[in-house]
Design a protein around this ligand. Structure first.
Ligand SMILES: *Cc1c(COP(=O)(O)O)cnc(C)c1O
Length: 445
């Protein structure tokens, strides 16, 4: 499959079906059932390495380093955490649940960051006890809590301040003014960042202020939003240096690097993004006359998203007369909004393809829907699919590696699909399929 929305290990077989690293999807469905999330492991590793190496190279060229923190919220399990560790990436978690997976995986604590706008005291305790390399603090009350925990445990905790830069980026557009009305971070424009920095610096025995952190959005397709955010952050760093005589050593530019869900999406490559961000940072630091800080970025989707696909079985096919001119074929699959809520949540677009055989050349306007009790339970809103798609066929949906299993639910008491890691050598179960017994195990009397 040449198209850039599919993982690189996906190929067509001689009989017209699809295979991932030589494993026919038909055989995988027979062995593991459907729906199933499949991860192309070599594709995933190549993406992780591309971020690690391209950002290292680009930032080395401007005299600094860049650490890649994988954003665990996109998808996290023990095996993935271990794989990313082996590749030298760092890891962001934002709850004690995600931290528990990192701990179980033996992920190095100093390369782990703790996020969240409302970490509980217990979560802060767990993060400090685990010895995370940095806590990204999001409010004044949290600063107090981290100070109290650090004091109680007699340790000094590295912190970054989550900054609301007033930039919101989304795909092709970004807004550089007044995106103040959201929950994350200290406001730059409102002076909260200065206050928070002063507060952290008042507690040098408990806290080490590493620098500022900004995350401007998701599915970002160019670097303009990052430029505005970086310029504002560097200007703020300069102000802190002038007021407190402290040069903040680090800067985190967040994640949000876009991926292709549909063929029209053309994200920047990691190399293009790295080169542009390094140039932006160098220019901003030159302008401010400050040293270039050590940088970190936090891609989630761009590492795991394109490496994953979801395999479904078709259950029913029903023609629906939409209007005088249009009949749409409604193809129901055995999952839906429980394993991929993104279409229902954000009207996200996906592409499906017949996976067990070559379909008819003739196509018809189709909508792939799930099995849940909501008419918004859509997997693919609008796509031409072969006219002969029928019950028992398999459909594969592209780019489901990020924010599908992570956002999945047991809506209608469905059991969540397994996550199967595919290499040329074989299939490993990263997460098994849930069972009805798993669901019933939660029940009281
Ligand atoms: C969600 C998030 C990320 C990752 O976003 P992607 O779109 O998956 O790259 C990184 N950093 C923070 C703080 C986030 O909230």
């Amino acid at each position: 499959m040449a198209d850039h929305i599919w993982p690189s290990g996906l190929t067509e077989t001689v009989d017209g079906g699809l295979a991932l690293h030589g494993h026919a999807l038909r055989d995988l469905a027979a062995a593991y059932g459907t729906p199933a999330y499949l991860v192309d492991v070599p594709d995933l590793i190549a993406r992780a390495r591309a971020f690690r190496d391209e950002f290292a190279t680009a930032f080395e060229a401007i005299g600094t380093t860049c650490d890649v923190f994988y954003a665990g919220k996109a998808f996290l399990c023990t095996a993935l955490a271990r794989l990313l560790d082996a590749e030298g990436l760092s890891l962001d978690v934002c709850t004690s649940g995600e931290l528990a997976v990192a701990t179980r995986a033996g992920f190095p604590s100093e390369r782990t960051g703790m996020h969240g706008n409302n970490k509980s005291v217990a979560e802060i305790e767990a993060a400090v006890e685990h010895g995370v390399g940095r806590i990204i603090v999001d409010s004044m009350v949290e600063i107090e809590r981290v100070v109290a925990t650090a004091r109680r445990r007699g340790v000094r905790v590295g912190v970054m301040l989550r900054v609301k830069t007033g930039v919101e980026a989304h795909t092709h557009e970004f807004i550089a003014t007044a995106h103040e009305d959201q929950k994350f971070g200290f406001s730059l424009a409102g002076g909260q960042v200065r206050e928070a920095a002063a507060e952290v610096l008042r507690h040098p025995d408990e806290l080490h202020l590493l620098g500022f952190h900004s995350h401007i959005g998701s599915q970002i397709f160019d670097s303009d939003g990052f430029r505005v955010a970086a310029e504002r952050l560097i200007a703020m760093q300069l102000q802190i240096a002038q007021e407190h005589g402290v040069v903040l050593p680090e800067l985190d530019l967040g994640g949000g690097f876009g991926i292709a869900y549909v063929p029209e999406d053309e994200p920047l490559t990691p190399r293009e993004m790295a080169t542009q961000l390094a140039a932006i940072l160098r220019a901003a630091c030159e302008e401010a006359g400050t040293p270039v800080p050590r940088v970190s970025i936090e891609p989630g989707r761009a590492i795991i998203g394109p490496a994953g696909i979801t395999l479904y079985e078709v259950g029913t096919v029903k023609p629906v007369q939409v209007d005088e001119d249009l009949t749409r074929s409604y193809i129901s699959v055995d999952g839906g909004m429980s394993d991929n809520p993104r279409p229902a949540l954000y009207e996200a677009d996906y592409v499906a393809t017949l996976a067990n055989r070559l379909g008819d050349d003739k196509t018809t306007q189709s909508r792939v829907v799930g099995k849940h009790c909501e008419s918004g339970d859509i997997v693919v809103r609008d796509q031409q699919l072969p006219v002969d798609v029928r019950p028992g066929d398999l459909l594969a949906v592209a780019a489901t590696g990020a924010y599908c299993r992570a956002l999945s639910s047991q809506y209608n008491h469905v059991t969540r699909p397994p996550v199967l890691a595919i290499t040329r050598d074989g299939v490993r179960t990263w997460l098994r399929r849930e069972t009805i017994d798993d669901l019933l195990a939660l029940e009281g009397e």
